[in-house]
Design a protein around this ligand. Structure first.
Ligand SMILES: [Zn+2]
Ligand SMILES: [Zn+2]
Ligand SMILES: [Zn+2]
Ligand SMILES: [Zn+2]
Length: 107
């Protein structure tokens, strides 16, 4: 008698081995591949992701991680915005970027 069950199923389902359950959980349930863990509901999965794997924001210029997009933006502005648009104060890493922006936005 198979004793491996899927707790995430409404009516507990039995499997012959762990691999079969694993395949089932990956296919049917919200599944965190980082922790190899299945969740009963999308909501539970969202809660798990929020506490265990908070969304990180990357600086596209140097790859540093930030918890918030505003922190990332502030960092980028401090570290990488060497040139500024005189019209709207947007920052750019290169004069080329600034020029392209000026041509696109402020003609
Ligand atoms: Zn299941
Ligand atoms: Zn996880
Ligand atoms: Zn950076
Ligand atoms: Zn501008």
């Amino acid at each position: 008698m198979p004793t491996i069950i899927c707790k995430q199923c409404e009516a507990p389902r039995r499997f012959n081995d762990v691999q079969a359950r694993y395949n089932h959980q990956r296919a049917v349930h919200p599944f965190c591949s980082l922790c190899d863990q299945a969740f009963y509901s999308e909501h539970g999965f969202e809660m798990h992701k929020a506490s265990m794997h908070p969304i990180r924001y990357y600086c596209k210029s140097c790859g540093r991680n930030f918890q918030t997009s505003s922190g990332r933006d502030r960092h980028w502005d401090d570290m990488h915005a060497k040139y500024r648009c005189r019209e709207c104060d947007r920052g750019f890493e290169t004069t080329l970027g600034r020029e392209a922006h000026g041509l696109a936005k402020h003609l």
